[in-house]
Each structure stands twice: as C-alpha cells, then as structure tokens.
Design a protein around this ligand. Structure first.
Ligand SMILES: *Cc1c(COP(=O)(O)O)cnc(C)c1O
Length: 429
C-alpha cells in the first residue's frame, strides 16, 4: 500500500537521528556541512504523480512552476516523469533548456513583465504557450513573432476577481492586483487578436494566488474561465486549452497530532474534483502549474545551533542558517516546523530561533516550544523545499547552502556550497 505521508522526514526510532527516507540528516550534515537543503526525490515524484493520476480522465499536462525550486536536478527528475514547466523569466527558460531540452515544447511562459529578449528566446525555443498579461504584451509578442517569423501560441491570463484566503503578498486573483487581464475585457482582446496572422489563440489561463488551502476558489475561477471559453466558441474562436494555474497550499503546521487531517492525496483529489466539476462540458486540454505542492514538503533546511543565548526573558537559539537562506518567515510571517535532528531528553523550552544576519526580521520562529537545544546540535526546518533556496540571497555576504537530493537509498549533492570566489567573480574594483 502506498502511504501518502505529508513529509519524508522521520525518526526511525525515538532516539535516532532524523532521516530523509533511510538517509540520516546527521550523516548528510557531517558530509556536506550546514546550512544544507535536503530534498526527497521520491516525494517529489509521488506528488507529481498525484496530480497526473487525479486528472487522468482528461488530456492534461502538469507544468511544474519552476520558481518554487529551480534546481536543475529537480527539473530533470520531473521532466523525466512527463512534467511540463511554467516559467516566469528567460533565466528559468534556460534552466529548463539545460536540465531537459526535450521539454521545451511543454513550457508555458507566465509573468507580467516579459522583455523582447525573453520573448525571442521562448519563440526560438518553440515553447507551448505564452500566458499574456496585458494588451501591450500581446502587441509586443505579435511584433517579435513577426520579426522571427514564428507563430506565437498564447493564452490570456485573465483575472477572474475571485478572492482566495492566503497571505496578501501571494494573493493574485483580485481586480486590484497587478496580475492578469480583467476577465470582462478578455473576449474583445481575443477577437482583435484573431486578425493577426502571427498570433494563435491557444487557450486561456488563470492563477489566483499561492498557498490556497481550500478547493472552492479554484472551482470559482474555472467556472468564470469556462464561461469565457464558451462565449468565445459561439463567436468562432475555439480555445483548446484551459490553464488553471497553480497555488494549491500545504499544511505548514505539524500534523502529527491530528491523524484525521486529510493527507496530500485527499487534498489533490478534492482540488481535482472542484476543477473537474467547474470544467464539465469542456472537452479541451487542461494545464496545471503546481509549484509549492510538489516540492515544499519534500525539502528541509538543516542548520547547526551556534549558540544558545539568554537575553532578559528570552532564550535565543542562533543557527548557522539565516533569512538569506530561507526568507519565508521574515517575508510572509510563515510558520516552519523545527525539529531537533537528535532530540535531547528533558522538558520543552521556549525559544526564539534566529539566524546571524543583522536584521531583527532574521528569525525562523518566535516563542517556539522545543526540546532542549545546545550549541552544536542540528535542527531541521521542515517544508522548506519550495520558495526556500529559490528565494535565497547572498545578503551579509553569506554563501548560499549546498543542496542534496535523496533518491531511494542514495543521496547526492545537486548543488555544492557557494564559495567566496563564486561571490566575488562578477565584481570589478
Ligand atoms: C507562482 C506561480 C505558480 C505556482 O504557485 P504555487 O503556489 O507554488 O503552486 C503557478 N503559476 C503562476 C503564474 C505563478 O506565478
């Protein structure tokens, strides 16, 4: 029986080190140093297959959102299992080209500010579809397509004006957001584009935000999109593709206590049911752009405790990982479970877990109850596989972590730790 646990990290015995599958994080930290990102390839594949299975009754393509984690090894892993990709820059396009050039025909290009150079790159590579976010962008796309003598398949990214409960920084589906085209204006734009021989209206796309835990908003958005497709069909404009975007959220809080909480398989099925119900009657192809749901829970950031410092009433655990390695707590007040790799005996204590960066915002957790920690101990920040390394920086001239991919019983380095030479290479003085 397949078990759909939400995380691949576990203690095989209460007193043994935290493992990813069968690989000890203690051994990995010893070998590759800390801070260290560790990912489970098995879980990434399992999550991709959850989506593929849940939509198997229709023609579909899962276009993994590269921005969630753009490690070449992960892109390659996903491409090999039939994933396409959702990219938001020319840089991401070149990553996909490097990791899986055979997947170029399965790439959709999203984003509100594409440059001519990026559009040219994508036209030349022969991507599946441009998700266009404004009339000006569509005009630019037509100019570049004509110049390169390559037809551009496009979808308008419409803004369905659907509210989805999530952090305001990652909500995108309301009229007040910078994203997409007001769905009420879309039909007229498709009609006028029909006169341009370099533009091919391939589909329509929608993406209402990220870390959305409920299925209903996705369904509500697709209902509106499907109506647009039907209206256009009556006008003789047949859109073959609906791109439902990404955004399905995960549970960042520990689920150990509530065994009745729905597992990832149930979450995807519920999501698929909401989308399928909204699509009823649409015979075309469905694209999906999940990012976080595929990689977030597969990854942990392993850090070593440098110091335990008491200041007044607070006890600070200072780790060698910092906000430059994982910015989600600082940026979105995000919660990450923190697990001692080898838990010590003793009563729970209340800690602020912080990094060494010179910012008060450099924290991973405040007033968190954890087993006792001492300098030299290892901790794992869970659910760090998405928007972790991808949003890392060199702030404070800190070298970014190494990354390890665990596949079955094998662990391999997929990105070495940065060196000072890497950091200084582009500078002139
Ligand atoms: C960020 C993004 C995604 C992926 O979002 P997740 O929440 O990681 O699933 C998909 N599509 C577009 C257009 C995006 O901007």
């Amino acid at each position: 029986m397949t078990s759909f646990s939400s995380r691949p990290f576990h203690h095989p015995q209460p007193d043994s080190a935290l493992c990813c599958g069968k690989t000890s994080l203690e051994a990995l930290a010893h070998r590759y140093g800390t801070p260290l990102y560790v990912y489970s390839a098995d879980q990434i594949i399992e999550r991709l297959q959850l989506f593929q299975q849940s939509f198997k009754s229709r023609d579909h393509l899962i276009c993994y959102a590269v921005k969630a984690n753009s490690a070449l090894a992960i892109l390659k892993l996903l491409a090999y299992r039939g994933a396409g990709f959702d990219i938001v820059s020319g840089g991401e396009l070149q990553r996909v080209q490097t990791a899986a050039s055979e997947a170029m025909g399965h790439v959709v290009f999203s984003g509100v500010g594409k440059t001519s150079a990026e559009i040219d790159l994508a036209l030349t590579a022969g991507i599946l579809q441009f998700n266009v976010e404004s009339v000006a962008e569509l005009e630019l796309l037509a100019v570049r397509a004509k110049k390169l003598k390559r037809k551009a398949r496009f979808a308008l990214r419409v803004n369905p004006d659907v509210f989805a409960e999530t952090h305001p920084y990652i909500s995108t589906g309301l009229r007040e957001h910078k994203f997409g085209i007001d769905i009420r204006l879309a039909a007229a734009i498709y009609r006028s584009a029909a006169n341009n021989r370099w533009l091919v209206a391939n589909g329509v796309s929608v993406h209402i935000g990220s870390q959305i835990r409920a299925a209903a908003p996705f369904g509500a958005a697709i209902v509106r999109v499907k109506k647009l497709v039907e209206d256009l069909g009556r006008d003789g404009i047949a859109l073959r593709v609906i791109d439902a975007g990404g955004g399905l959220g995960i549970d960042y809080h520990s689920d150990a206590a509530k065994t009745s909480a729905p597992g990832p398989d149930e979450k995807v099925q519920e999501y698929a049911a909401a989308i399928e119900q909204a699509l009823r009657g649409f015979e075309g192809r469905l694209l999906l752009e999940p990012g976080r749901f595929i990689v977030a829970q597969a990854g942990a950031l392993v850090a070593r405790v440098l110091q335990v410092k008491r200041n007044g009433k607070k006890t600070f655990v200072i780790t060698d990982a910092a906000m430059n390695d994982l910015i989600r707590p600082a940026l979105y007040q995000a919660h990450h479970e923190i697990v001692p790799v080898r838990p010590r005996a003793g009563r729970m204590q209340t800690f602020d877990v912080v990094g060494p960066v010179c910012e008060t915002g450099d924290f991973f957790a405040r007033d968190r109850k954890l087993k006792p920690l001492e300098p030299g101990d290892l901790v794992a920040l869970l659910d760090a596989g998405a928007y972790g390394m991808a949003q890392s920086s060199n702030y404070n001239t800190r070298m970014r972590p190494a990354e390890v991919l665990v596949e079955g019983s094998r662990a391999r380095l997929i990105r070495r730790r940065e060196t000072m030479a890497d950091l200084l290479a582009p500078e002139l003085f």
